[in-house]
Design a protein around this ligand. Sequence first.
Ligand SMILES: C[S@@+](CC[C@H](N)C(=O)[O-])C[C@H]1O[C@@H](n2cnc3c(N)ncnc32)[C@H](O)[C@@H]1O
Length: 247
Amino acid sequence: MPTDYDPIAELYQLSKRQPWRTHVEAHTLLGLIGDVSGLSVLDVACGEGFYTRLLKQRGASRVVGVDLSAGMVELARTQEAGHRLGISYQVGDARNLAFDGEFDLVVAAYLLNYARDRSELAAMCAGIARCLKPGGRFVTVNSNPATHFPTVPSFRKYGFEAANAGTGNWREGSPIRWKFYLDGQAFEIENYYLDVAAHEVALTAAGFLNIRWHAPQLAPQGEADFGLDFWSLLLTQCPVAFLECTR
Ligand SMILES: C[S@@+](CC[C@H](N)C(=O)[O-])C[C@H]1O[C@@H](n2cnc3c(N)ncnc32)[C@H](O)[C@@H]1O
């Protein structure tokens, strides 16, 4: 079963405060996204709006967030109501988005790893492509399709683990189980494994060009606060991967 985010929406929001989220995930993703001033931006699988808000605060002209989970969208709308940025949030499925060539940029943090097979991945990529203007960009971060999750090391010191030991027959569609540790609490989510080639086939079929994978980058503040040694495992065996392409 794909993870239902409604019951874990608030815990997931708390997990975005873990230092690796700021110093590696957000630093790398926002670096790839670059200058968004004046751009129309769609954040698919926006969750409670972590990146949606950052994109608007960085000068995007129109920002829309879409997510399958009503609980996540509710959390996003509550924050918008408390501090208005002019973002519109909708409940929706990446495979059936109702926008037609309206956006300069689509961002999707941890969406593609919800595809359980190549046809779901193709539907997500096609749905995203339909939202983009010709020449528009798609930038995303997901579970790393180059990682062999049954033998991945522990990332517990960063506050999470990929608990897949003993999953044996590792193949397309195998579940990737993540466990996040917060102060005194923990929660789990489940994604699915599809390899690098499956992603490139789906993106190409959807009309994307210039597909580029990117390694994680460490923010200078992360190095200053924790030291390079602390980050070396995450940077050398990173279980998440960054990707950009152009329609
Ligand atoms: C790990 S959360 C990421 C949320 C947000 N992008 C972030 O980085 O904080 C993954 C999100 O993907 C959403 N999701 C999964 N499948 C989806 C689909 N087919 N269409 C839209 N959202 C989807 C889930 O509801 C969940 O909120």
